[in-house]
Design a protein around this ligand. Structure first.
Ligand SMILES: [Fe+2]
Length: 161
């Protein structure tokens, strides 16, 4: 297997796990501020990221490659407000999209067609992830400083399944 593609796949496993860790950190921050709907939304997002990591790990194992788990970094946002965390979520998803596209490009260039096909669903997934993150940010921005609007937005975020 092409070594650069293999390395990028391993880095993607790490990035998905780091995403889970980041969202779990944000969820905890929201919980401690009693913004429980957004906390719930972020906790589910964290779980989804673990599932993404598992898909990459499973794929590497299928290719008879041993996934290399690395140290997980936490880039903890210093501003812990819901608005700042919603912005950080969208920014992070954009970073993940960039990483997936970069990996797909490397797979194409290396003629790793199975990898390229595997990545297609993640390209689509990222369109959805960015859209969801943008929706959350829009809602929080719309509510602004209006206390009852903030409560309504949090109830909407609490309904995520
Ligand atoms: Fe992900």
């Amino acid at each position: 297997m092409n070594q650069e593609v293999l390395q990028l796949l391993n880095e993607q496993v790490n990035l998905e796990l780091a995403s889970a860790y980041l969202y779990y950190d944000m969820s905890t921050a929201m919980k401690s501020q009693n913004v429980n709907g957004f906390a719930h939304w972020l906790a589910l997002q964290a779980h989804e990221e673990i599932e993404h990591a598992e898909k990459f790990i499973h794929f590497l194992l299928e290719l008879d490659q041993e996934p290399e788990l690395k140290t997980i970094a936490l880039e903890r946002p210093s501003d812990r407000s819901p608005l700042a965390l919603a912005k950080a979520t969208l920014a992070h998803e954009k970073t993940v999209t960039e990483s997936i596209l970069n990996l797909r490009k490397a797979a194409l260039e290396a003629g790793e067609q199975a990898v390229e096909i595997f990545l297609q669903r993640f390209v689509s997934e990222q369109v959805e992830e960015e859209s969801n993150a943008r929706d959350v940010l829009d809602l929080i921005q719309l509510a602004g400083d209006d206390a009852s609007a903030k409560l309504r937005v949090d109830a909407i975020l609490a309904s995520r399944e």
